[in-house]
Design a protein around this ligand. Structure first.
Ligand SMILES: Nc1nc2c(ncn2[C@@H]2O[C@H](COP(=O)(O)OP(=O)(O)O)[C@@H](O)[C@H]2O)c(=O)[nH]1
Ligand SMILES: [Mg+2]
Length: 85
């Protein structure tokens, strides 16, 4: 079965729920006491989609990035921005 890689980068202010969204997507879990992200974290999740497997490569940023990630941004295929929930 073919594997398609999808790169995802979450951007948004600290505390708006980026890591919680990732946790729900990857582990189907919500943690009321989730730890603040330091720097950035990287997670993957593979889900079947038709005749393919879609492998999500997820960069979850800390929320304080302004310029550091500009060089990374160009290579990502999907950006999710979050506002205060
Ligand atoms: N009530 C509620 N709290 C949330 C939700 N999503 C995240 N939180 C809480 O908001 C806080 C910050 O979430 P976090 O995912 O760490 O935000 P991040 O800094 O953007 O990664 C944590 O205490 C979470 O438990 C939500 O949908 N509902
Ligand atoms: Mg976080």
């Amino acid at each position: 079965m073919a594997i398609r890689e999808l790169k995802v980068c979450l951007l948004g202010d600290t505390g708006v729920g980026k890591s919680s969204i990732v946790c729900r997507f990857v582990q189907d879990h919500f943690d009321h006491n989730i730890s603040p992200t330091i720097g950035a974290s990287f997670l993957t999740k593979t889900v079947p989609c038709g005749n393919e497997l879609h492998k999500f490569l997820i960069w979850d940023t800390a929320g304080q990035e302004r310029c550091v990630f500009t060089s990374v941004l160009d290579s990502k295929e999907l950006f999710l921005t979050t506002e205060q929930l």
